[in-house]
Every structure is written in structure tokens, then in C-alpha cells.
Design a protein around this ligand. Structure first.
Ligand SMILES: *Cc1c(COP(=O)(O)O)cnc(C)c1O
Length: 227
């Protein structure tokens, strides 16, 4: 418990209420939705506080920072979600602490992670924009990538992941993602999860079937050093 705890409890409660009402609006059960709290740029203590409030799923997007926090918090029962791009040769290191990887988007990365001796849950990231630099596999390359993932017994494919594009109605973009999810399930029937929805658009993501929300600022507050 720290001075932050009451404020975090209040924000967490607000998001839980928002998730519950969006789920009920969509005719879904909130119990099928996992809220991952994205804690990038925040200190490890914030994760301890959130843990004391019952949060177990945490997301980070930068390897160096994530590995330091995972080390520092190894006494807690946490599920670590790596939600960022995995750079170059960092995949082994990421796999050493991450339980779930959300941004598999290229065959080389799949092959590299597939060598991991343990099991790694993963999502394939789909690019919902026309900008190749945004990360994620192009929709027309999604199924070949998925077929590559299932060749590796160490990779447990949970489903698809995406970030809503700027300048497009998020609900429309998430509707496309739901279509890609359906296509993936034709190939891998158990890959039913959809990782989508952030602070600004989680209601729309829930309306389009998201099962894993990645929420930062609505719970943690502004990232240190940002306005
Ligand atoms: C930072 C981040 C989030 C959370 O963003 P908020 O807008 O703070 O909720 C979600 N997904 C990814 C991939 C991120 O990098």
C-alpha cells in the first residue's frame, strides 16, 4: 500500500465498471474479458500497488524496462504480457520472462521464438493501416504467418492483436479485426482471443469481440514525462 493506492483503486473501479457496461451492451459476459494493465514508464512500485488491488495481468512494451521490472517483482504471481515490437535478437530474452507475446508479426520472429524450450502464449499482430511501419502483418500475409506459428509446438496461438489506426473510426477497424479473427479460427479453432482496445477505444473493441484489453493511462494515470 502506498499513497497512490486509493487513486489506483478508484481508476481501476471506473475501468471495471466501463468494461462491465460495454460487455453488457454487447450482450457479452465481462468474465470473458481480461484487462491487462500496461505499465510502461511507470515504476515497479505501481505494479505492486495494483497487485495489492487484485491485478495480475501486466503489459510492457520495451524489453529493457520489462526485464528489469520482471526481475524486481519476481516475488509476485504476475502474468507478463509483452505488447511491443520485439527487436532484433532480443526474442530469447523476452521469452525468458514474458508469459504472453502480443506482437508476433513476421516469420523470422516466429521461427526464433519457436525454438524456445518452454511454451509461450502468443498473438499474431495484424496491421490495420496501409503504413508498413506501424507494425503487424499485412492482412493478406496473416494466414501464411499463422500456418507458420502452428508448426512450432512451443507457440500456443491465442488469437489476433491490433492497434486501432489513427484517423479511422475504431469500431470499423475492430470490425475488420474480428473478420481476420474468424479467418484465423478456420485454421486454428482454439485461437479465439482478440487483443484489442486501449484507454481511448476499449468500449468499441469490446463491441467487436475483444477478449484482452490493453489499458494504460485510464488506470495508471499519465506516463511520467508526458503531458
Ligand atoms: C501503451 C500501450 C497500450 C496502452 O495505451 P493507453 O492508451 O495508455 O491505454 C496498449 N497497447 C500497446 C501496444 C501499447 O504500447
Amino acid at each position: 500500500m502506498t499513497d497512490m493506492t486509493p487513486l489506483l483503486r478508484e481508476r481501476l473501479e471506473r475501468v471495471r465498471t466501463g468494461v462491465a457496461s460495454a460487455a453488457s451492451e454487447a450482450g457479452r459476459s465481462a468474465s470473458e474479458i481480461t484487462t491487462i494493465v500496461v505499465t510502461k514508464f511507470h515504476p515497479a512500485q505501481l505494479i505492486r500497488d495494483l497487485h495489492s488491488l487484485g491485478v495480475r495481468d501486466f503489459g510492457e512494451n520495451r524489453h529493457q524496462e520489462a526485464s528489469e521490472k520482471a526481475n524486481e517483482l519476481s516475488d509476485l504471481d504476475l502474468t507478463w504480457h509483452f505488447v511491443g515490437q520485439i527487436q532484433g535478437k532480443k526474442f530469447r530474452q523476452v521469452a525468458s520472462y514474458a508469459d504472453v507475446v502480443h506482437a508476433l508479426d513476421r516469420i523470422r520472429l516466429v521461427d526464433a521464438l519457436g525454438e524456445w524450450p518452454g511454451t509461450l502464449e502468443c498473438f499474431v499482430q495484424v496491421n490495420l493501416t496501409n503504413d508498413e511501419a506501424r507494425g503487424g502483418v499485412r492482412p493478406d500475409e496473416l494466414l501464411p504467418l499463422v500456418e507458420k506459428v502452428v508448426e512450432h509446438p512451443s507457440l500456443d496461438l491465442k488469437g489476433v492483436m491490433a492497434v486501432a489506426p489513427l484517423g479511422e473510426e475504431p469500431r470499423r477497424a475492430f470490425a475488420r479485426l474480428r473478420g481476420y479473427s474468424d479467418a484465423v479460427r478456420q485454421v486454428v479453432p482454439h485461437a479465439t482471443s482478440i487483443s484489442a482496445g486501449m484507454t481511448q477505444d476499449y468500449v468499441e473493441a469490446i463491441a467487436e469481440g475483444a477478449t484482452h484489453l490493453r489499458i494504460g493511462t485510464a488506470i495508471t494515470g499519465k506516463r511520467p514525462g508526458t503531458v
